[in-house]
Write a protein that binds this ligand. Sequence first.
Ligand code: SF4
Length: 352
Amino acid sequence: MTSGRMSRYGAPRRELDAIVESLGEPRYRAAQIHEGLWGLRRPLDDLTNVPKRVREQLAERLPLDLVPVLERRGDHDLTTKWLWQVAGGDQVETVLMRTADRATVCVSSQAGCAMACTFCATGQAGFERHLTAAEIVEQVVRAQHASPQRVGNVVFMGMGEPLANLDEVEPALERLHTDLGLSARHLTVSTVGIVPGIERLTRFPLPVTLAISLHAPDDALRDSLVPLNRRYPIADVLDAARGYVEAKGRRVTFEYACISGVNDHPHQADALAGRLAGFPGGAHVNLIPLNPTAGYRGDAPGAGRIATFADRLTARGITATVRRNRGTDIDAACGQLRTRTAVPVDLRDSSP
Ligand code: SF4
């Protein structure tokens, strides 16, 4: 963890050991606390088998990084979005999506984003700073504290481009895997296509799932939606993605935000299928109806049109699913974080 100061979910195990020892506690105490915070995923205050005095000292020596600003719930309480303040005053968001038996957390990897995708609220607002590994990991843990279901999936699809912050994202992935026990295949890193970042992730030991946000079947259109495409055109991104599949044996998924009249024509589905034909392991496309944002004049196509697009892909051997936009009612869907000044429907103190 490269965070300058030690925090609860940034401190390495040896730091926890040293603090506990300095408090005159027996050796087993550090293991007990580590198991409580990471293995059982409990807030520090809930570890009642640890003396209160020790918990208080630890809370002081290893503070939390995220200060809750507001919490909003939607989707009949199955989706929760938090706005957190991080050191320096920037704000980032985390989304928890629950089903009856499991939970997924969508984390931010940066405050803001420099990629400037035209349809994305985060991109419209610009870049502020990279998040530290500890700040990324804490988003998952804090969401877990609010979820009766076990968090089994983490997707890096919130604010920021994770591959632009690999110095922090890689240690965060390691910690989520090693200390929080999440399997690598249930950790999904999503990118708009930073080719050197994909290559670096290919060398990273954990076989995490890679998702590529494509959004267009041709470079001319993609240039206008994803400015990074001028630097790393589709062919180069697909080459890097092929390298990832070959090295990791993991299927890559492709994200495609459907925008009415822009990238949802049947001939564009055919062109997309053509580009993805023969992709190793088979290409899977997630079609995402565009989420409305204040800074982009574009709409989601109707459900029928997206279904037609999906059918044309399927007919050409490309599997396609239409993603239901969980949390649209609370501005918690992809590309929609930070859309508006949020109005808290439900503000609670969620600090552990
Ligand atoms: S879509 Fe992702 S990469 Fe593009 S501006 Fe938004 S957050 Fe950044």
